[in-house]
Design a protein around this ligand. Structure first.
Ligand SMILES: NC(=O)c1ccc[n+]([C@@H]2O[C@H](COP(=O)([O-])OP(=O)(O)OC[C@H]3O[C@@H](n4cnc5c(N)ncnc54)[C@H](O)[C@@H]3O)[C@@H](O)[C@H]2O)c1
Length: 258
C-alpha cells in the first residue's frame, strides 16, 4: 500500500463532500494534507480542522493546477499522493451550451491530464507516486439527464486507465473512484434524475473515503463504494443491449416522475 503516514497529499475540491472526507481520513492516518478548493473559506476550514495547508484555486484550469502543484510541492517537499477529486455537474443533453460542455471537459477530465503532466516527471524519477481520480459510476455506466457529466467522466476513467496501463511498471499507482449517489451538495442539486436513480442508495462521503482506503491497501485500481456498480458494469460489457433496455426503462420512470 502507498504509505499514508507521513505522505505529502493534495486533494482538489477538499473543502466539502467527498474531498473533505478523504482529507480527514488521510490526515487521521498521519498524512500531511494540502486542501484545495474553489471556495477559499471551505478550503481554510478543512485545513484548519485537520492541521493541513489551504491552497484555494480552480482545479479546472491549467494555471490553477500548475499553481496548486507548485505551492503543494514547496510546502510538502514531495507530493506523494494527488487526489484529483473536484468535479462539476451541469447541463442535460445536446442543447447544453458550449461553454458548459467545455467547463465539464476542463474540470472533469483535463484537470487529471494537467495534474499528471506536472507530477509524472518527479514520480517517474523517484519510481513511485499515487494518483487518485474521482470519476463516477457515470464514467463506467452513464448518468441519465446529464450528458456532459457522463461523457467527461468516461474520459476521466479512460485517462486513469491509460495512466495505470502506461506507468504501473515504472512505479505509478492509480486509483479510480466510481461511486453512485453520495450525500453531498452535488447530489442535492442533481434534479429529478438524481432523485429517481441515485438518492435511494446514496451513501455518506466517509464511506467513499473508507472504500478508497481499502482499495489502496489492496492495490486495487477500481474503487466501487457501491458494489452493485460492478454488476452493472459487467452487464453493460457482456450484454450491452440488455443493459441499454434497462436504462431506457429507467429514463421512462424519470419522465413519468416529472
Ligand atoms: N455526490 C455524488 O453523488 C457523486 C457521485 C459520483 C462521483 N462524484 C464526484 O465526486 C467528486 C466530488 O464531488 P462531491 O459530491 O463531493 O461534490 P461537492 O459539490 O460536495 O463539492 C466538493 C467541493 O469541490 C469544490 N469544487 C468544485 N469545483 C472545483 C474546482 N474547479 N476547483 C476546486 N474545487 C472545486 C466545491 O467548492 C466543494 O467544496 C466530483 O468529481 C464528483 O463528480 C460525486
Amino acid at each position: 500500500m502507498t504509505n499514508v503516514s507521513g505522505a505529502g497529499i493534495v486533494i482538489t475540491g477538499g473543502g466539502g463532500g467527498i474531498g473533505r472526507a478523504i482529507a480527514r481520513k488521510f490526515a487521521a492516518g498521519g498524512g500531511r494534507v494540502v486542501v484545495n478548493d474553489l471556495d477559499p473559506g471551505a478550503a481554510a476550514a478543512v485545513a484548519a480542522e485537520i492541521g493541513g495547508l489551504a491552497v484555494p484555486g480552480d482545479a479546472g484550469t491549467e494555471q490553477g493546477v500548475r499553481e496548486l502543484v507548485a505551492a503543494a510541492t514547496e510546502h510538502l517537499g514531495e507530493v506523494d499522493i494527488y487526489c484529483s477529486n473536484a468535479g462539476t455537474v451541469g447541463g442535460a443533453g445536446p442543447d447544453t451550451p458550449e461553454d458548459q460542455w467545455q467547463r465539464a471537459w476542463e474540470v472533469n477530465t483535463l484537470a487529471h491530464v494537467r495534474a499528471s503532466r506536472a507530477l509524472l516527471p518527479g514520480w517517474l524519477a523517484r519510481g513511485r507516486g499515487t494518483f487518485v481520480v474521482t470519476a463516477s459510476a457515470a464514467g463506467l455506466l452513464t448518468m441519465l439527464g446529464a450528458a456532459p457529466y457522463s461523457v467527461t467522466k468516461h474520459a476521466a476513467a479512460a485517462y486513469a486507465e491509460w495512466l495505470a496501463a502506461t506507468y504501473a511498471h515504472r512505479g505509478l499507482t492509480v486509483h479510480c473512484i466510481c461511486p453512485q449517489g453520495v450525500r453531498t451538495d452535488m447530489l442535492a442539486g442533481s434534479g429529478r434524475a438524481g432523485d429517481v436513480v441515485l438518492k435511494g442508495a446514496a451513501i455518506e462521503p466517509e464511506q467513499v473515503a473508507d472504500a478508497l482506503w481499502d482499495a489502496m491497501a489492496e492495490g486495487r485500481f477500481l474503487v466501487l463504494p457501491h458494489p452493485e456498480v460492478l454488476d452493472y458494469y459487467q452487464l453493460r460489457a457482456g450484454n450491452t443491449d440488455k443493459w441499454l433496455r434497462g436504462m431506457s426503462r429507467l429514463q421512462q420512470r424519470i419522465e413519468e416522475a416529472e
